[in-house]
Design a protein around this ligand. Structure first.
Ligand code: FES
Length: 105
C-alpha cells in the first residue's frame, strides 16, 4: 500500500498508508495532518496546500495553473514546491515524503 509522509517544521513526522491515487492534500485534510488547509478543495486556486517534496521523485510536470498558484504561496517557493492537491501516489510512485511549510496563509 502506498504511503505519504509529512514532516512538520517542528520535526514531527506522520506516515499514512493510502490508496492508489490519494493526493497529498486530501490525505492530510481527512487525517488531520496539521499545516495543510486545502481551502479551494483541490482546484489549484488557493495555494494553501503548498508542500516541499523530498527527494528526486518522478512527479507529473506542473500545470500552468499550479505554476501560477505557486507564485502566491505564504512560505517561500523553492524548486521542491508543489501544490499538495495536484500530486498523488500510485502509478509506480509508492511513497512520497513532503515537508509542510511553516505557514499557508
Ligand atoms: S487545495 Fe487549493 S490549491 Fe490545492
Amino acid at each position: 500500500m502506498p504511503t505519504i509522509t509529512y514532516h512538520q517544521p517542528s520535526g514531527e513526522r506522520t506516515t499514512l498508508e493510502v490508496a492508489e491515487g490519494a493526493t497529498v492534500m486530501r490525505t492530510a485534510v481527512t487525517n488531520g495532518v496539521p499545516g495543510i488547509v486545502g481551502e479551494c478543495g483541490g482546484q489549484a486556486m488557493c495555494a494553501t496546500c503548498h508542500v516541499y517534496v523530498r527527494g528526486d521523485v518522478a512527479l507529473p510536470e506542473r500545470s500552468e495553473d499550479e505554476d501560477e498558484m505557486l507564485d502566491c504561496t505564504s512560505s517561500e517557493r523553492t524548486d521542491a514546491s508543489r501544490l499538495g492537491c495536484q500530486i498523488a501516489v500510485g502509478g509506480g510512485l509508492d511513497s512520497l515524503e513532503v515537508d509542510v511549510p511553516a505557514s499557508q496563509v
